[in-house]
Design a protein around this ligand. Structure first.
Ligand SMILES: Cc1cc2nc3c(=O)[nH]c(=O)nc-3n(C[C@H](O)[C@H](O)[C@H](O)COP(=O)(O)O)c2cc1C
Length: 146
């Protein structure tokens, strides 16, 4: 069975809750799923993840949560070929901030630059998690894991 990889980065726990819920939905559907905090994922690991869901909130001014900083810096510097990767991003933010969902937007753009194939447009959650469950389910369909 193809493995579904979930990578999340969260500052206050909301994106982590979305990752947990996404993992639970996958398990309910019999998907072989594994979840990682962004701080535990190396570029070598990333290269092996062919089916990928990224869930990240935004902190500071359009920045990744602290647990995602190293991953982001490495992703920016890397020249990985991610053409075997299919993915979608769920970005959490709040539109009262200048750079709405900035972290999710920049990770999404960089994955595309490195050749990864976006199977579903980015979900942007504004101040809550509305839409994230629908995004999770539809992403799994588009990734072909359910
Ligand atoms: C200090 C701080 C900075 C934030 N900066 C941004 C931002 O630049 N852009 C944005 O869209 N949301 C921003 N947010 C909103 C959070 O991304 C949003 O509340 C999110 O749901 C938090 O998820 P988390 O609990 O997983 O960290 C900020 C929140 C805080 C507390």
């Amino acid at each position: 069975m193809v493995k579904l990889n979930i990578i999340y980065a969260s500052e206050m726990g909301t994106a982590m809750d979305v990752a947990d819920r996404t993992e639970a939905i996958a398990k309910e559907k019999g998907v072989d799923v594994i979840q990682f905090g962004m701080d535990s994922v190396s570029m070598n690991d990333l290269q092996t993840m062919n089916k990928l869901l990224i869930i990240t909130s935004t902190t500071g001014d359009g920045d990744l949560p602290m647990m995602g900083e190293e991953f982001w810096n490495e992703l920016l510097e890397s020249e990985l070929d991610l053409s075997a990767t299919e993915y979608s991003v769920c970005a959490l933010g709040d539109s009262s901030h200048h750079d709405f969902c900035g972290a999710g937007k920049k990770v999404d753009a960089r994955l595309e630059e490195l050749g990864a194939k976006k199977v579903l447009d980015r979900q942007e959650c504004d101040g809550d998690t509305e839409g994230s469950e629908e995004w999770a389910e539809l992403s799994m369909e588009k990734l072909g894991v359910i």
